[in-house]
Write a protein that binds this ligand. Structure first.
Ligand SMILES: [Zn+2]
Ligand SMILES: [Zn+2]
Length: 423
């Protein structure tokens, strides 16, 4: 029989490595909740049109969409990102604004397999819909910043730019087009062919020919209207006030068409790759309208789970989740009843408990207890079973005591309770 394997471009996350994964998600949930963001869960697939609205000229929509016709003949797509789904949900349900949400989940892109690129990848993010206040931009950037600090990823660099709005961007786009048309032959092949479609994408092209041309190109920051300039100044002042270091990067445009005004990226120099971004986002003041809603400003970011874990690996930072996975391991070589009943009783007291199965030998059970990393073992052999007692062994120092079976839960709780506190 052929061996069954995970599909190309996907991967499994197994314990104990998944402990870092769940710790990262828990930290994100905590940081987002601390700023008033609530969990939003949207479908993993949507009507293809939902994602086409984010921009027909982007690679995400043009080349990488994981779309297909389902058995009912509907054109659907596995989501390439979550923002479009969240905006679709807001337009559909119209919750009161400002609507502040966070999410965690899988995204998909269909492309040729290459190192470090997955067809299914994972992001956490927040979206705040319904406010144009520049201080909200500061809050959003700060939530991401605080999250990186909370997971121990040091050295993150924040790049920030303004892309203007419907008032000032068209004139800038023309100025940029004029400049690039005059140098068309010097651009990379792709951008020679696709310049007219989206000249802004040339700005963040990583290829040497485009980079050389872009160095002298007109900058959106010099073409902002008064309102956009004031907005950007307020955001920069806010970041200064919060002590969040940042670098203004005038070529930062991000990969999606819908961004307006504030655009930002978090980079981890530890990754040492051409693209070392570990997250990014920005304002998308026009997207709600694109999705069929009323004109409604909004801002958000998405952070890459795999890339953050890679960056943590590349720094000497301690990985998240260094806590012991278990509190107690129950060792029972007197028939198994104590393991069955004591494990349940200890778990009901709020402890993390595991045990061995299949009547393993005493030695095998002690080995399992060591591997499990629990600080305490509760041991029941034939003598203890006959006497209605159990031994509690501290696996850290070998200290052992015998207690009545009925006292085991209270004793274990007492031993594990942190000392020095008031409770
Ligand atoms: Zn290029
Ligand atoms: Zn403007």
């Amino acid at each position: 029989m052929a061996e069954l394997r995970n599909p190309p471009g996907t991967f499994d996350v197994l314990p104990p490595d998944s402990g870092r994964w769940s710790a990262l998600l828990a930290t994100f949930a905590r940081v987002a909740a601390s700023a008033g963001y609530g969990l939003v869960v949207t479908p993993t697939f949507e009507d293809l049109a939902v994602f086409q609205r984010v921009g027909e000229s982007t690679d995400v929509v043009r080349k990488e969409m994981y779309d297909f016709a389902d058995k009912g003949g509907r054109r659907v797509a596995l989501r390439p990102e979550v923002t479009a789904s969240v905006v679709r949900a807001w337009v559909q349900h119209r919750p009161p604004t400002p609507w502040k949400t966070w999410y965690a989940g899988s995204n998909f892109r269909y492309e040729r397999q290459q190192a470090g690129r997955y067809r299914e990848f994972h992001q956490v993010g927040i979206e705040a819909i319904g406010s144009a206040d520049p201080d909200l931009d500061v809050e959003v950037v700060a939530v991401g910043w605080d999250f990186y600090r909370a997971v121990g990823l040091d050295g993150v660099e924040l790049l920030i730019n303004s892309l203007g709005d419907a008032t000032c961007r068209p004139a800038y786009r023309e100025a940029l087009l004029d400049y690039l048309r005059a140098r068309l032959g010097q651009l990379c092949d792709e951008h020679q062919a696709r310049l007219e479609e989206n000249p802004l994408r040339v700005l963040d092209c990583k290829k040497a020919p485009c980079r050389a041309v872009v160095a002298g190109a007109p900058r959106q920051l010099d073409h902002l209207c008064e309102a956009c300039a004031a907005h950007f100044a307020r955001v920069v002042a806010g970041l200064d006030s919060l002590g969040i270091p940042h670098r203004i990067e005038t070529t930062l445009v991000r990969g999606l068409d819908y961004y307006t005004r504030t655009t930002f990226e978090y980079c981890a120099p530890a990754l040492e790759t051409a693209n070392n971004a570990v997250g990014g986002g920005g304002r998308y003041d026009g997207l709600v309208e694109e999705m069929g809603g009323p004109p409604t400003p909004a801002i958000g970011f998405a952070l890459g789970v795999e890339r953050i874990l890679l960056a943590l690996d590349a720094t000497s930072a301690a990985a998240p989740a260094a806590t012991a996975p278990l509190d107690v391991f129950v060792i029972d070589f007197a028939g198994g009843e104590a393991a069955r009943d004591l494990s349940a009783a200890l778990r009901r007291a709020g402890l993390r408990v595991d045990r061995a199965w299949d009547g393993r030998s005493t030695k095998a059970q002690f080995r399992a207890a060591d591997r499990a990393g629990a600080p305490l073992a509760v041991i029941v052999g034939p003598d203890e079973a006959a006497a209605g007692s159990a031994r509690i062994k501290d696996l850290r120092d070998g200290h052992e005591r015998s207690v009545a079976a009925a006292r085991v839960v209270a004793e274990v709780v007492d031993i594990l309770r942190p000392t020095g506190g008031t409770g």
